[in-house]
Design a protein around this ligand. Sequence first.
Ligand code: BT5
Length: 277
Amino acid sequence: MTAATPKHPLREALDAVRLQRDLIGVGSVWTRVEVVEQTLSTNADVAKAARHGAPEGLVVAAEHQVAGRGRLGRSWQATARSGLTVSALLRPVDVTAVHWPWLPLLTGVAVHRSLTAVARVPARLKWPNDVLIEDRKVAGILVERVDTPDGPAAVVGIGVNVWLDSHELPVPEATSLCLASPHPLDRTTLLVDILSRLGDGYATWRGAAGDASKGLRAAYERGCGTLGRDVAVSLPDGASVVGRAMGIDAAGRLRVDTGETTRAVGAGDVVHLRSGS
Ligand code: BT5
């Protein structure tokens, strides 16, 4: 990837009226879209609303998120209006908890499809739910389970780098849509597309009672650039698994062939070592 030529970043405000109009309606999962100028974390905001009884379908998007959360206590950094920082409340009460680990993966499928179809970038999923362009991270997803008086809920958080110039990238391994694509696009269009796909994917998954074998698993595998590659996976307990990523199992875990055995990894950080052959 070549270093940045600034592409006249058009940091227009999110169009809250259009978001409401295009996302909310009969048959839509989305019930309310709020755009806030600044907040600490949209995931924290939606979790708080969930604990206070907010119904499924609440969406909060921030123009500037100043304490964005990543997984495992890490952070998500983005300058004002440079991308999407958005969270949505889902309450899949009729899906048994064993299938909930598919929620981040189905969110990844929606984001990946949107970036390839609308932003027209050669994006690939990195298990479990990063979205990469040429091995650089353009989007991150954080799904958190929250206990609420109305039962367990899921807060689905999505961060996408849209108008970040190269000198603004928070880490060298990051990229943005404007750096990777010659097709400028506005954030409202992208957000409508991502949430529409997420809503459809969620409704289908829920309709299948969370059973990913009814299409989600295959869809995820098609978009996943981790498969077929040699990987090193750091596990939460500090151990690591090195081998060839072979596929995704029925529980959404990554199957890694270590040469001696096949391990199913449910959580961890993957490093892509090199392409498999
Ligand atoms: C993630 O965590 O990638 C999940 C990020 C989720 C962010 C959204 S924004 C809306 C919602 N509200 C929140 O508070 N959070 C969610 P993880 O896999 O742990 O990756 C975090 C790591 O990505 C950091 O340690 C950095 O190395 C890197 N990183 C941070 N900001 C980045 C950015 N803008 N682009 C690419 N990489 C970034």
